[in-house]
Unconditional design. Structure first.
Length: 293
């Protein structure tokens, strides 16, 4: 058998929403035999035309292949779709968005039914799937054996990053990164609001803002180092006391520009709390400890 005729791993995919359809097309384009199921059968028509086999039930789809990928609405949908299916001997890869606790519970649920389990957090949007240069990837956690067995197949739609045997770690990494993204969006929203009523072109301001955010991004490495060492004062340039002293300027500027401080206010409140607790010579790392309950 030549390299070009090596049989590709067959895949079962449950769920053909926007992301599921993108995954299906990527596997089909790469030559992987694909069996699909969707609660609304009409959604399967497009990928069927591209070569996918459409199963008439989730149970039939699961029975078709050892590798079963699930990409549904939520954890409850996963339980409903797989209820009554025979998962013994199957490798279940769950790409449904869920919480870490739900992922851990689903892993135990799958193991009790004789299945290997891998949870995934997708760090991509559908247009990035099947486009290597787009930079999308999936966090995977759970069975290392399952990950290694299917690593090449899972890497076809987007890249893969394994983050540990704890099944909840993929969801935790996913939500942690997206939480940071929303924090960045919040800061950018406040920045644009400040200039909104002025004769400042937002399209000229945007490159300045983007470059500034990129320049500030390496600070996360210093934060990580300080969290690991437990020393929040070493090498600090702008300490917390100095930064808190400057916050009235930000709040006054917002007031003068007619902008609500509600996006910055909670963070500034944490800064004042840490300062009141004696963290004036630290950087901002100590605020993390205030958030952890």
């Amino acid at each position: 058998m030549t390299r070009n005729t090596v049989e590709k791993t067959s895949v079962t995919l449950l769920g053909l929403g926007a992301m599921g359809t993108a995954l299906a097309r990527a596997w089909l384009a790469a030559g992987h035999p694909l069996t699909v199921w969707n609660r609304t059968p009409a959604r399967a028509a497009a990928v069927a035309a591209e070569g996918a086999r459409v199963a008439d039930s989730a149970a039939a789809a699961v029975a078709a292949n050892p590798l079963v990928v699930v990409c549904l609405l939520d954890d409850a949908s996963v339980g409903e779709a797989l209820a009554g299916t025979d998962l013994a001997g199957r490798d279940l890869v769950n790409l449904t968005t869920c919480t870490p606790a739900q992922a851990r519970a689903r892993a135990e649920w799958a193991r009790a039914r004789g299945a290997g389990y891998l949870d995934g957090g997708i760090m991509a949007v559908p247009p990035m799937v099947g486009v290597p240069q787009a930079g999308g990837y999936v966090f995977y956690s759970g069975s290392r054996e399952v990950f290694e067995r299917h690593r090449e197949t899972l890497a076809v739609p987007v890249g893969t990053t394994y983050v540990g045997q704890d099944a909840g770690f993929a969801a935790l990494h996913d939500v942690a990164l997206l939480s940071a993204m929303y924090g960045m969006f919040a800061g950018a929203a406040h920045a644009f609001a400040l200039i909104r009523k002025e004769d400042i072109d937002p399209t000229s301001f945007a490159p300045l803002l983007a470059d500034w955010l990129v320049a500030m991004a390496p600070a996360v490495h210093r934060t990580a180092d300080r969290l690991r060492s437990g020393d929040y004062t070493e090498g600090v340039v702008s300490d917390l006391a100095m930064q808190v002293a400057g916050t009235p300027t930000f709040l006054s500027t917002a007031e003068q520009q007619g902008v609500s401080p509600e996006l910055l206010g909670p963070y500034f409140a944490l800064m004042r709390r840490r300062l009141a607790g004696g963290g004036g010579d630290e950087d901002l790392t100590g605020l993390i400890d205030l958030l952890v309950r």
